[in-house]
Write a new protein. Structure first.
Lengths: 233, 233
């Protein structure tokens, strides 16, 4: 978290949730030569574990800055991730999941644009991917494209001819592909955190949708997930 | 702030800053038959006065709910409204002002969509207007139109055929027109607050860009602004 980029170095703002996907997206940004400015949003998650993972990832990837922004969305209600609705453990479905947070990526990307504009950065990385966008509308490529145009119109930078590039390097990757990228980039999967419902002992539950998807991805890729799970299905 | 709307009543979420424009936009929404759900964003303003005005307006207009959301943008830097840069008092200019907050309306409208989706509302009111959009890119009609399409793509409601309607009833009004609407709707101008730089005694300074615009508007309309100003130019 030390040092500042020189004049030729391009800064990218990475929306770092602390999950596997955002970690891999951040490492891809670094591989492409960007200096990382991580942005994590504390949106009233039921578990601080995800934000601790984001701090760990930012440190391991040598981010020059890590902004943590508090945004209490619990007052809006409407999602198992921020309120008291039970997280489902009945397996994966094709519908929009109850863990959907209203307009989450619209809000988070907007904040990322504000952060990038204030930092003088034009490049934004976000770890949305194909597996997500069947369930979450704000992970689909058509949303990202429309958002980029709206962000251009919304900002001084955009109006002055410096639009934002929204990079989605995981857009068409499966969870198994992402697990392979994680290994290729030399990342320890355990730096990241995916579980929606950790045990009292602080282990990933191994049963929520997010744990299942992750375990399935590593299994399909024939790779080991070093995360400590309460159960491994 | 009491009571709940019946089944036939449509709720509109109004982005209520506490300024004159948002007050008039809220009253127009009410006149059109909407029940008001006010949303105010505490974004690290240097003065809480604006939020107190928003509370006052919500009460006077009989809002059924008023959500105050804390969002500390001071960590991003970049604006006289949230950081220690001096507010200019050198008169109005055509350039993007230093009071520009990076991507503010993009962020605020995104939060309003999240609030509306969680509340099951499809209608959103925002008091952007012609005077602003010469200086602030995120007040222009082309931004609003692009944002509405992005919001449709971003949300469960939009995907399921219930897109959001972004109402901008002041879009083409001058400040004098807005002062006239304020009088026509029976609103007391002093419920609202526009000053960027109040005196230690809590009076509007009468010298910042926002005070000047407001005073000029009332003067052009031949109306009295009941606000207590330190000086009146």
């Amino acid at each position: 978290m030390e040092g500042a980029p020189d004049g030729d170095t391009k800064i990218a703002v990475i929306l770092l949730s602390g999950g596997l996907d955002s970690m891999v997206a951040a490492a891809i940004a670094r591989e492409q030569g960007f200096v990382l400015h991580a942005l994590s949003i504390d949106y009233g998650q039921r578990h601080r574990r995800e934000l601790l993972a984001a701090q760990q990832i930012a440190r391991h990837l040598g981010a020059v800055r890590h902004t943590e922004l508090a945004l209490d969305l619990t007052g809006f209600g409407g999602s198992a991730l921020t309120s008291a609705i039970d997280v489902p453990k009945t397996g994966l479905t094709a519908d929009i999941p109850v863990t959907y947070v209203p307009a989450r990526n619209l809000v988070f990307l907007s904040l990322t644009v504000a952060c990038a504009e204030a930092a003088g950065a034009q490049d934004i990385f976000i770890g949305v991917n194909a597996l997500d966008y069947s369930g979450y509308p704000d992970c689909r490529p058509e949303f990202i494209a429309s958002f980029a145009e709206t962000a251009r119109l919304a900002t001084k930078a955009g109006v002055e001819g410096r639009p934002f590039h929204i990079h989605t390097p995981l857009q068409y990757l499966s969870k198994a592909d992402i697990a392979r990228e994680c290994a290729r980039l030399g990342l320890d999967p355990a730096w990241s955190w995916s579980c929606y419902d950790p045990t009292d002992e602080g282990l990933a539950c191994g049963r929520c949708d997010s744990c299942r998807l992750r375990q399935k991805g590593f299994a399909e890729a024939g790779l080991v997930d070093s995360t400590a799970y309460a159960i491994h299905e």
